[in-house]
Design a protein around this ligand. Structure first.
Ligand code: GDP
Ligand code: MG
Length: 308
């Protein structure tokens, strides 16, 4: 589609990397700006494992938001893993060619990982906007000024925003300031496009979101989802998915007593898929074991990790 003729004068468009340590709300922010759940969210760190574009279209501009796995220190049990290396690589790779960066941090908390994320972003030479998220959670507003002083001291930000991605507060001004950092250009994507990823990929992610949410403690990091079948059947989508685990004992946990947990995972995933795709979905799931997949770079590659 030729967008050039329809773009208003002063239209801006470009891409923006969303960077920050795990769990600060990067994906929630991307979804809020796009207006749909293109990127999965859970209260566990390392939910986002892939680079993904969320496309936010406004009357005077379009922002291609690059959501990334959180940059984290390579320490501890999980962080020393192959998955962790692949994710850090993915997050850094996402910075290539962007016009600006958004550093997302959590209101009231600034630690070494935030400093590292800032440095990675700053070193690319693009303007950086500071997004202080979860402002709704900050009980003691008196902490805000000292926090902002600490966050901004010795650092350069194009602007600073206090937002709640969850409650969608403060986002209009953030968008306006972000657009100012982008070049004058026609839109890069059609109005209806919300991501660069296929529905098939998104289906796998929505299933993985439920694994992150419904499985306790460590198990989410030993699981991944693979879509084996994705077919249109009239108005309906028929999706067949495999949940991969690392050990036989984990398989039993995912399935649950009498299959109850797998049933819940499946029905919640299906509802999310129907919501995103606007169609009825018939979802079948199987649980299979591939020993040690998360520590095995070739298995990670086979499951689509690290390819963007
Ligand atoms: P990411 O790892 O940086 O992508 O973080 P997510 O977007 O996955 O969010 C991590 C957790 O923080 C989830 O439980 C979100 O619901 C929660 N969260 C994100 N933004 C906000 C916010 O503005 N306020 C509150 N209270 N929680 C938020
Ligand atoms: Mg995320």
């Amino acid at each position: 589609m030729n967008q050039e003729n329809t773009a208003p004068a002063n239209h801006r468009s470009g891409s923006v990397a969303v960077i920050g340590r795990p769990n600060v709300g990067k994906s929630t922010l991307v979804n809020a700006l796009v207006g749909a759940k293109v990127s999965i969210v859970s209260n566990r760190p390392q939910t986002t494992r892939h680079r993904l574009l969320g496309i936010a279209t406004f009357p005077h501009g379009q922002i291609a938001l690059v959501d990334t796995p959180g940059l984290h220190r390579q320490q501890g049990k999980f962080s020393a893993s192959a998955m962790s290396r692949v994710m850090n690589r993915t997050a850094r790779g996402a910075l290539e060619g962007v016009d600006a960066g958004v550093l997302v941090v959590e209101a009231g908390r600034w630690d070494d990982e935030d400093s590292t994320a800032y440095k990675v972003l700053h070193d690319t030479g693009v303007p950086v906007l500071l997004c202080v998220n979860k402002i709704d959670r900050l009980k003691n507003k008196g902490e805000l000024l000292p926090f902002l002083a600490k966050a901004t001291e010795g650092r350069e930000f194009a602007s600073v925003h206090l937002v709640s991605a969850l409650k969608r507060n403060g986002l209009d001004v953030l968008v306006a300031d972000l657009l100012k950092l982008l070049p004058e250009a026609p839109p890069m994507y059609g109005e209806d496009e919300i991501t660069d990823r296929s529905e098939r990929f998104l289906a796998g992610e929505l299933l993985r979101e439920q694994l992150m949410r419904l499985l306790g403690a460590e198990l989410p990091y030993a699981t991944t989802a693979e879509i084996e079948r994705f077919a249109e059947d009239g108005e309906m989508l028929r999706i067949g998915a495999v949940i991969w685990v690392e050990r036989e004992s984990q398989k039993a946990i995912v399935i649950g007593k009498g299959g109850a947990r797998l049933k819940e995972i499946g029905s919640k995933s299906r509802l999310q898929m129907e919501r995103l795709f606007g169609r009825k979905v018939f979802l079948e799931t199987w649980v299979r074991v591939r020993e040690g997949w998360s520590g095995d770079e070739s298995a990670l590659k086979a499951f689509g990790y690290g390819d963007g």
